[in-house]
Design a protein around this ligand. Structure first.
Ligand code: NDP
Length: 330
């Protein structure tokens, strides 16, 4: 089997020299282990952060190690009492064709409910991120205006639908007419292309009462434009800052942060792992919405091999994905 290792830390966007694809040797299973044949790899903006050798919420991937990745696959051999051959499992298996696991952090996917890619997206880590971010940090309640950046992406598209399901007015920021059209079909009231001139004024026109929750995935100038339009008591949810991930210097700070004072607003960052006691209920909520057709899951699935990982990752940074980006290992 083959896997992708980190060959060298990138400066700016990762390149072909960031990665090396190599054969790996699999040791025979020990008691309590099982072997997974990986079918789909989740491609995430966070991966760029894991390549940086700086203190963060998780250790960086070491040069020479298999690239960390969430993935889904099938158990093909087992010496673990809790996992049997044929089980569909999700875990941090890495960018690899096969992985040995002891079950730590591994969850089950129910392929009768949804196809494998959906268990990496709307019914997986990014769906959970949208749910916890809105409910726990955003304190989602009905009747407010919710602004979401990177709205047509994995997290954003779920967040918008959850807010719409609660009766909020939802404004999305996304690039291009195609993404805007799709977002309108899944419950977004307005979509603004964040590349247009005077973004802050456009958001203001779409949200005359101000934004109650700003769910920000982008940072930089987009964060500033949202901050300029807060309603009194607004919650700014810092989910990510993809516009900054490939920057070499310091990240662009929000120059409009005084809006927090004027609007008695708060801004809080969070990680999807912060609410383990609430994961099960949130997942049940997502599954129920999905089964009843009130949550539309969309994925951009790239059909390829582990060799395509490097190119696939770059799609996130130029917007060549709608919904969850997934690499299918054929
Ligand atoms: P997406 O599916 O949203 O893909 C990224 C999207 O970001 C692209 O499609 C693109 O959309 C947009 N984008 C890329 N570069 C820029 C830029 N410079 N300026 C504005 N928009 C840009 O990814 P995810 O849903 O997986 O992740 C979204 C965010 O959530 C990321 O910031 C990620 O780090 C964060 N995240 C945080 C988690 C947490 O625990 N806090 C967990 C998971 C994700 P477009 O075409 O519209 O530009």
């Amino acid at each position: 089997p083959r896997a992708v290792r980190l060959a060298a830390r990138p400066h700016g966007l990762p390149t072909t020299s960031t990665w090396s694809v190599e054969g790996i040797a699999l040791d025979p299973l020990a008691d309590g282990e099982f072997l997974v044949k990986v079918s789909h790899i989740s491609v995430d903006p966070a991966m760029r952060g894991w390549l940086r050798d700086v203190p963060s919420y998780i250790e960086p991937v070491a040069v020479g190690d298999i690239m960390r990745a969430n993935a889904i696959g099938q158990v093909v051999e087992s010496r673990h009492a809790g996992f049997s051959v044929g089980d569909a499992v999700v875990g941090l298996f890495g960018v690899t064709e096969f992985a040995v696991s002891d079950g730590t952090g591994v969850t089950r996917a129910h392929l009768d409910v949804a196809d494998a890619p959906t268990w990496l997206g709307a019914l997986g880590m990014t769906g959970l991120t949208a749910h916890h971010g809105l409910a726990q940090v955003g304190q989602l309640r009905g009747g407010e205006t919710v602004l979401i950046s990177a709205a047509a992406g994995a997290v954003g598209s779920v967040a918008g639908q959850l807010a719409a399901a609660k009766g909020c007015r939802v404004i999305g920021l996304a690039a291009g007419e195609e993404k805007a059209r799709w977002l309108r079909t899944i419950g977004f009231d307005e979509v603004i292309d964040y590349r247009d001139d005077d973004l802050a004024a456009r958001i203001g026109a779409a949200a005359p009462e101000g934004v109650g929750i700003f769910f920000d995935n982008v940072g930089g100038a987009v964060l500033d434009a949202g901050l300029a339009n807060l309603a009194r008591g607004a919650r700014v949810v810092i989910c990510g800052a993809i516009s900054q991930y490939n920057e070499e210097g310091p990240v662009a700070g929000p120059s409009n942060y005084m809006a927090l004072l004027v609007r008695r607003a708060r801004m809080q960052g969070f990680l999807v792992f912060d609410y383990p006691a609430l994961d099960e209920a949130a997942m049940a909520d997502l599954v129920e919405l999905y089964r009843s057709g009130r949550l539309i899951a969309r994925e951009t699935v790239i059909d390829g091999t582990v060799d395509d990982f490097g190119d696939t990752l770059l799609r996130l940074f130029d917007g060549r994905n709608t919904g969850k980006l997934v690499l299918k290992i054929s």
